[in-house]
Design a protein around this ligand. Structure first.
Ligand code: URP
Ligand code: ZN
Ligand code: ZN
Length: 467
């Protein structure tokens, strides 16, 4: 690793936008200024291009074992794809088994994650909270795992009752952790699933009908109320509809430390994708499901006005075709019954593109807002700022040179994600990353991967900086 001088770029952070040179020494930013006199191993001309902090995707599921299937991107393929799209940090999830410890979950996850080509952190999913697990939460916070996801859905594997969620919130309040909630009403969803299957309604279009938006809004309201009672901050993951989003807006208006993310699939796709009842709808089976088109604009506005802070992907790809790249059956497991379709969609490679096209190009966001939503907010909420999420002397040299004159069309045939389709197939994006630097190393240049397996580092995260 040597030195890099990026000349004449338009340096954009969440707050600044100016033309300057940026000097990288080793894995850090070592200087920013006008006409830096520095000599460097490599000089890059970034005139007419944006120089922005590498993206942070705070919600991915690489090689996630959901029982019948394992998500098709492992930490190597998934992080290469992330980097291609301008994301240089992911935060993934380790999942406690119902009868297991947090430590066991973490050890398994760590062994997989070391293949990553970009830096990675981890949230812990809590599936059971005996006294020992509550104590383990404190230990994990000291080890840099400062966020804990819980579920109000999936009764068999993950759902926790309100009392247990409340206890975890109190513990997080005491140890500085941030609770994250997957908010859907699991009991109501189970009622609809049972009803539809009994009526012989087994095709993918019944997936969204079994998970109505009111079941998400109800659970969102409930967990925010619990957080308010516990006086603990709360982060709602994958907000899919305007109704859940409005619960967060109302909470924030009354002073509750409620935060939220949405995902590209909820901004750019609509439930019409499921409409014909064919198995093609399985491509879009994720939870919460993709909603009616009328939700898209309110969600874009919420990201724009800080009701929602982050854009994450919930990247959890499963192939449609059995045998793709030698992988076993995935989405096809649900051919006979929509409940057997592994839940999740790909997107880690497309997140920045969709934010740029939908936010900057089509809705007039400033580049500052683009950076805030795709990088800075996640760095602050998940204890990585200012090491990540900005461009200042001393921060990691995670840098994207984004070329507004470099169009890109999203296509499964040319993507790096290891999955046989793309939900945004054919979407044209006006600009794209020309060069991606991860901790001082150029890992993508003109769509060529130049990094290597295992060069990403585990990120010991700090406590959330709540904004
Ligand atoms: O369908 C989804 N979202 N799969 C991933 C697991 C989760 O709930 O985030
Ligand atoms: Zn979830
Ligand atoms: Zn998820």
């Amino acid at each position: 690793m040597g030195t890099l001088l990026i000349r004449n770029g338009r340096i954009v952070t969440a707050t600044d936008d100016y033309v300057a040179d940026l000097f990288v020494a080793g894995d850090r930013i070592a200087g920013i200024g006008a006409n830096l006199p520095a000599q460097a191993d490599r000089v890059i001309d970034a005139r007419g291009k944006f120089v922005i902090p590498g993206g942070i995707d705070p919600h991915t599921h690489m090689e996630l074992n959901v029982g019948a299937a394992i998500s098709s991107d492992d930490f190597e393929t998934g992080t290469i794809a992330a980097a291609h799209g301008g994301t240089t940090t992911i935060i993934d999830f380790a999942t406690q088994a119902r009868t297991g410890t947090l430590r066991a979950a973490l050890d398994g996850w760590m062994a997989n994650a070391e293949k990553s080509v970009i830096d990675y952190g981890v949230h812990m999913i809590l599936a059971n909270l005996p006294a020992d697990a509550l104590r383990e939460m404190d230990t994990l916070v000291h080890e840099g795992i400062t966020s804990f996801k819980m579920f109000t859905a999936y009764p068999e594997r993950l759902q926790l009752d309100d009392g247990t969620i409340f206890k975890a919130m109190l513990r997080a309040r005491a140890n500085g952790g941030l609770v994250m909630l997957h908010a859907e009403n699991g009991s109501v969803i189970d009622y609809f699933i049972e009803k539809f299957l009994a009526e012989g309604k087994t095709t993918p279009n019944y997936h969204p009908l079994s998970r109505p938006h009111a079941s998400e809004a109800e659970a969102t309201h409930r967990v925010i109320a619990l957080a308010e009672l516990a006086d603990a901050p709360i982060y709602i993951v994958h907000v899919s509809s305007r109704y859940a989003m409005e619960e967060i807006r109302a909470a924030r208006a009354r002073g509750v430390a409620a935060f939220g993310e949405t995902c590209p699939q909820y901004l750019a796709l609509a439930s019409e994708e499921y409409a014909d009842g064919s198995f093609a709808g399985a491509r879009f089976v994720c939870s919460p499901p993709i909603r009616e088109r009328a939700n898209q604009e309110p969600l874009w506005r919420a990201l724009g006005d800080n009701t929602l802070q982050t854009l994450a992907t919930d990247h959890c790809p499963f192939c449609m075709t059995t045998g793709y790249q030698g992988l076993p059956a995935q989405k096809e497991l649900g051919k006979e019954k929509f409940t057997q379709i592994p839940n999740g969609v790909p997107g880690v490679e497309n997140r920045m593109h969709i934010a740029y096209q939908g936010g900057v190009v089509q809705r007039g966001w400033s580049m500052n807002r683009f950076v805030q939503v795709t990088s800075t907010a996640a760095a602050k909420l998940f204890g990585l700022f200012p090491r990540k999420g900005t461009l200042v002397v001393g921060s990691d040299a995670d840098i994207v040179i984004w070329d507004p004159q470099r169009p890109h069309t999203i296509r499964a045939a040319t993507q790096f994600m290891r999955v046989d389709y793309n939900p945004y197939e054919g979407t044209a994006i006006a600009g794209s990353p020309a060069l991606v630097i991860a901790r001082g190393r150029v890992i993508f240049e003109d769509d060529q991967f130049l990094g290597r397996r295992g060069q990403g580092e585990y990120l010991k995260r700090g406590i959330a900086a709540l904004t």
